[in-house]
Design a protein around this ligand. Structure first.
Ligand code: S3P
Length: 747
């Protein structure tokens, strides 16, 4: 067999661009074209994108290995009829039609059944321009081409059609025909219909010249596609009638809702819709640009990034780390359920808290921002949430999922909570079990893992619950459910855990009592909006406390850090290890104590970590383990089995990383022993080696090993660091500002 010969039937923009792309990318065979317009063929030859052509199909068919149908959808059937009679059985057939069901039906009518050598396809690319002259060899580069094979499609034919598009730079995927037609009706056909209709409606008005003269940006952007080929689009709407009508019905009810909001002057309803749309649009942009999404919610799996940490560097200066993650989550939750408007400052614009924010938008809450840490929440009251259109995706955020579980168990509607791969491995039975005791109906995946299906409309009863583990998330979940329950909900904790929920509920006027180890509230109350000032997150500050504590000559001040007594284990432990750490400017903001923390380098000693400090430093152990590696003597931690069910198994992840750097350690079920590398004689040099460390997608593991670089002898490569954005956007900027050299790169 000689070189392959491809025949393109219909030499317009789409067919011509395919020919141009094949030529540009070194296609070795012959490219033929059939078009009823002889001038188009001559133009194609003159442009050098086809070798020859004809207005008649049959003379071109002999010797063709592949025929690509690029005629309008309604013209496909006539071509298929002729191919059924005249084409060789070995010739592969594909098409580029924007609807697939109608073309499949036409092929069945023409051939008697769907030939296995027919691979229906649809390149998602185009332009409002028409004709071969507009051909663009780059039209398909980085664009998707959807192929819709069925079970009987010849795998070799599928492979060759796929290779054809890949050679033009396209990303090929497969889908079934019905799904394709539905998705395209929503994302392509409906917007074209709207653009045609809007331009036509305005053009009919008398003063049209006036209108178009002043119609600038918005009109131009929205209606660009109304310049598209009318015949092609008539065909598409005839061919994809049912799916288009379904999409149009949905759209009409959306417009009707907005119309009602405009009629009623309901600014909150408008804001809720516009906000949701604006965030969804920005998310869509990031998908197109393949960038990570920090200014909105996170729903996509990131491309993996690694940190290349140069050894040494300094850790001096004065910085402020971002807002507290726990308080940020709660500010949105309570603000949304409150009556009135809650103004938040210092909000953490990390992916975890943004996921919470986005989830409330999806339940109809109007939220402005975040903009430089400012968020305005238009509270809907305890019973004002609306059923979201789909599952609520909370990404990496365990706090969001567990607190939501309690809050959603009390709603009138059903919800589904999902998360990313890491969250999907984490235990949710610890909240689902006591919630069920309260009367909630919750299904989990195997082993009590996400997703959670929560049935609404249940009458919850208060509970008196002894928590088996010290968990602020479980406590908070039950207190939030307790607001929707009959009677009193009491939660007893085996050790003190962070008390932000209790403090903030009281701040919102919802009374929570506390005596000893027990917190309780009565169901049926309400929340009143008020301002919230989120302090800087001590869990984020911890990396810098440790950075300065281990770096000879360091003098670092961290401003406005939250020092809630249930969170200061890291301060107590570092001081017990000998760190020179002082608090200044202590005061209260919105019910939470804050201070500026100054750390100067001083040699550290290994210690037995006091059991009562473990829950108070639960998120700070990755950083503290680095301090331990830099101390003299051994640091011993026990009673910390909770570390095994965080964003990763933090005991094992840290042990593996420390081992990679040459730091001796012994792992225990509930803790670890770390043999510090500093001896008693003062030595300012490196204490351990460099190496390759896997953070396992856990933000705190990634940040801990970045800081470890300060006393490493060689470069440390930290893998899988994208999730640092869940809790600490801007981490690398601060690290560099203090004097470390870290480069982020694709891995
Ligand atoms: C949190 C509680 C802690 C902590 C998490 C945030 C909270 O989890 O690790 O990062 O905001 O309530 P546990 O309740 O599982 O200990």
């Amino acid at each position: 067999m000689g070189e392959p010969r491809i025949l393109i039937v219909g030499l317009g923009l789409i067919g011509g661009s395919l020919a141009a792309a094949l030529k540009q990318n070194g296609f070795q065979g012959e490219i033929l074209a059939c078009d009823r317009d002889r001038e188009e063929i001559e133009r194609g030859i003159a442009m050098g994108i086809i070798d020859r052509g004809d207005t008649d199909l049959e003379p071109l068919l002999p010797g063709c290995s592949l025929v690509v149908l690029a005629v309008p959808v309604m013209a496909m059937e006539a071509v298929l009829n002729r191919l059924a009679v005249s084409s060789d059985e070995r010739t592969i057939i594909t098409d580029v039609g924007s609807t697939k069901g109608a073309i499949r039906d036409a092929a069945i009518r023409a051939f008697g059944d769907l030939p296995s050598r027919f691979v229906p396809g649809h390149p998602i690319a185009g332009s409002e321009k028409t004709g071969v002259e507009a051909s663009d060899a780059e039209l398909y580069r980085h664009h998707k081409v959807i192929l819709t094979p069925d079970d009987d499609t010849d795998p070799d034919a599928l492979r060759r059609v796929s290779a054809l598009w890949v050679s033009c730079g396209a990303d090929v995927l497969t889908m079934d025909i019905e799904h394709h037609d539905q998705v395209l009706a929503q994302t392509s056909h409906l917007p074209h219909l709207l653009a045609f209709s809007l331009v036509d409606t305005l053009a009919r008005q008398d003063e049209r010249l006036e209108i178009f003269r002043y119609a600038a940006g918005g009109f131009r952007d929205f209606t660009r596609i109304a310049g598209s080929d009318p015949v092609m689009w008539r065909d598409i709407f005839m061919a994809n009638r049912d799916a288009v009508l379904a999409a149009l019905d949905d759209f009409e009810s959306g417009v009707a809702r907005l119309r009602n909001a405009v009629v009623a002057g309901d600014g909150d309803a408008m804001l809720a819709t516009f906000d949701r749309a604006s965030h969804a649009r920005r998310y869509f942009d990031t998908l197109l640009n393949q960038t990570s999404y920090q200014a909105g919610y996170q729903t996509m799996e990131h491309s993996k990034r690694r940190y290349r940490v140069a050894p040494g560097g300094s850790a001096s200066g004065c910085i402020r780390v971002p807002g507290d993650k726990s308080v940020s989550h709660r500010s949105i939750m309570l603000g949304a359920l409150a009556e009135g408007i809650t103004e938040v400052t210092g909000f953490l614009e990390g992916e975890d808290s943004l996921a919470t924010l986005q989830a409330f938008r999806e339940m109809g809450v109007a939220i402005e921002g975040p903009h430089q840490g400012r968020v305005t929440i238009h509270g809907v009251g305890m019973h004002g949430l609306q059923k979201p259109a789909g599952p609520l995706y909370v990404g990496n955020a365990g706090t969001a999922m567990r607190l939501f579980a309690g809050l959603l168990a009390g709603q009138a509607f059903d919800t589904e909570l999902t998360g990313d791969v890491s969250l999907t491995r984490r235990p949710m039975g610890r909240v689902a079990d006591p919630l069920r005791e309260m009367g909630a109906v919750i299904e989990t995946a195997e082993g009590g893992r996400p997703p959670l299906m929560i049935r609404g409309g249940q009458a919850l009863q208060g509970i008196d619950y002894d928590m088996p583990m010290a968990s602020a998330q479980v406590k908070s979940c039950l207190l939030l459910a307790g607001m929707y329950a009959q009677g009193e909900t009491r939660v007893r904790e085996p050790a003190p855990t962070r008390d932000h929920t209790e403090r903030m509920l009281n701040g919102f006027g919802y009374r929570v009592e506390r005596e000893g180890d027990t917190a309780w509230l009565q169901g049926g109350g309400k929340l009143l909006a008020g301002p919230i000032d989120v302090p800087s997150d001590i869990s984020s500050a911890a990396f810098f406390l440790v950075a300065a504590a281990i770096t000879p000559g360091a003098d670092l001040t961290l401003e406005h850090v939250g020092i809630n007594p249930t969170r200061i284990g890291v301060i107590n432990i570092l001081q017990a290890m000998g760190a020179d750490l002082t608090l200044a400017n202590q005061h209260e903001v919105g019910g939470e104590p804050v201070a500026d923390i100054r750390v100067r380098y001083a040699p550290l000693q290994g210690i037995e970590i006091p059991a009562d400090q473990v829950p108070l430093a639960i998120d700070e152990f990755p950083a503290l383990f680095i301090a331990a590696a830099n101390a003299s003597g051994t640091t011993r931690l026990r009673g910390a089995e909770e570390l095994r069910v965080k964003e990763s198994d933090r005991i094992q992840a840290m042990a593996d990383g420390l081992t990679a750097l040459g730091v001796e350690n012994r792992v225990h079920d509930d803790g670890i022993d770390i043999v510090g590398r500093a001896d008693d004689t003062a030595d300012d040099g490196p204490l351990y080696g460099g190496g390759h460390v896997d953070s396992l997608g856990d933000h705190r593991i990634a940040m801990a090993f970045t800081v470890a670089g300060l006393r490493a002898a060689d470069e440390i490569l930290v893998e899988d660091c994208t999730n640092v954005a869940t809790s600490f956007p801007g981490f690398l900027d601060l690290v560099k500002r203090l004097g470390m050299h870290v480069v982020e790169e694709a891995s």
